[in-house]
Design a protein around this ligand. Structure first.
Ligand SMILES: Cc1cc2nc3c(=O)[nH]c(=O)nc-3n(C[C@H](O)[C@H](O)[C@H](O)COP(=O)(O)O)c2cc1C
Length: 361
């Protein structure tokens, strides 16, 4: 049996296979943060084409914490209906689906709100040095409640769970030691720095129940792999069901790495976490997994529990079926035209290769 086809427990739910769709923002929402037909179509195409779990892109829990004015949100009850439509269109394909709950912190867009951080560091924002506002304990608690309220709305929309955005220098990640110099209960020790994320996890668990998946997309190298694993241990202890491991604030090029490996530095973080958490919580590796061969290699050698695919699935939703059944697909060429930022033009050359507008992303 192809290992990629094997079901896996994630929290109290079964995912039908080992292929997950990583969150990828589209920057196509209006300022109201509503889910539009575009999002329903985009995600249902990936659901139809084999993925076991969809992580819907970074979804703002509060408008002043957005990473772009065109980000979708779950900060108000009015946004639930659009998400419900998205979930109801994907669920018939037997896919688990959850939004990635997000608050900007040091990645906040200047048009959306002030740059905020556990400590008042100076940060580079679109080429300008900006002094971040240090969060008070009352503000920390307010933002934690925004995450919990958004998770309750996600549950109401029918999602199977939520993923918390805890990497890529956004607020949960900003509580790691590179930025966080606090001396109160949210700084100092690993447990204190992890407290912000842990209290969100505990609050969501209380509000949404045991069968609601709580996943953390965590940073694997802030400032070391060992410290990031200790932080993730706190999340698991608090009730996190699933770890997806990406990079964070520290420069990933500094990570010692054996260049002869078939996967890259960021994916190696997922492999290290999988080794540590094996048999306790499932772990997903991400980054540079753009071919069926590499996805199968990681799964067959039990280097990760699931493979998380981002650009490969933007280039072609059929990548999942290619991993599962050897279906033809159009490979991501890594040109970055899909971009990481709101200023990029979203034109994937794979669209032209496919010559089939059905595959619009
Ligand atoms: C267009 C685009 C949007 C992204 N949006 C998000 C996001 O919303 N949340 C997140 O955690 N990562 C985001 N990422 C990072 C991806 O999830 C993934 O970690 C990264 O692209 C590396 O994986 P890949 O090589 O499979 O593309 C985005 C990446 C791209 C290219």
């Amino acid at each position: 049996m192809n290992t990629a086809s094997m079901p896996i427990w994630i929290g109290k739910k079964v995912c039908k296979n080992r292929i997950t769709m990583a969150p990828t923002v589209k920057f196509t929402a209006g300022r109201d943060g509503m889910v539009t037909d575009f999002f329903v179509r985009h995600y249902s195409l990936r659901a139809q084409n084999g993925v076991g779990l969809i992580c819907v892109e970074a979804t703002a829990v509060s408008p002043e914490g957005r990473l772009a004015p065109s980000q979708i949100g779950l900060w108000s009850d009015a946004q639930i209906e659009g998400h419900r439509r998205l979930v109801e269109t994907c669920h018939p394909f037997d896919v688990l689906i959850m939004p990635q709950l997000h608050y900007g912190g040091l990645g906040t867009h200047p048009e959306c709100g002030p740059l905020t951080s556990p400590t008042a560091v100076t940060w580079n924002v679109f080429g300008k040095k900006v002094q971040a506002e240090e969060l008070t304990v009352a503000e920390i608690h307010r933002i934690q409640q925004c995450f919990i309220d958004a998770a309750v709305r996600a549950r109401e929309a029918g999602y199977d769970g939520v993923q918390l955005h805890g990497c890529h220098r956004y607020l949960i990640n900003d509580f790691s030691s590179r930025v966080n110099q606090r001396t109160d209960m949210y700084g100092g020790s690993t447990e204190n720095r992890a407290r912000f994320g842990c209290e969100i996890i505990e609050g969501i668990r209380r509000a949404c129940g045991d069968d609601f998946i709580i996943s953390m997309r965590t940073s694997g190298f802030d400032p070391t792999v060992e410290e990031s694993i200790r932080t993730a241990e706190c999340y698991v202890e608090a009730g996190c069901d699933y770890l997806q491991v990406s990079n964070g604030i520290e420069d990933i090029a500094q990570l010692p790495f054996d260049e002869s490996l078939p996967y890259n530095r960021v994916a190696s973080l997922g492999v290290a976490f999988h080794e540590h958490f094996k048999g306790r919580v499932p772990v997903s590796a991400v980054n540079g997994i753009h071919t069926p061969d590499l996805a199968r290699f990681l799964l067959e050698h039990e280097l990760t529990d699931t493979v998380d695919l981002a650009r490969g699935l933007l280039a072609d939703p059929a990548l999942a079926d290619a991993i599962l059944y050897g279906a033809p697909y159009s490979k991501c060429v890594g040109c970055k035209s899909c971009g990481w930022g709101p200023l990029h033009a979203h034109r994937c050359p794979a669209l032209d290769r496919r010559q089939n507008e059905e595959w619009i992303w």
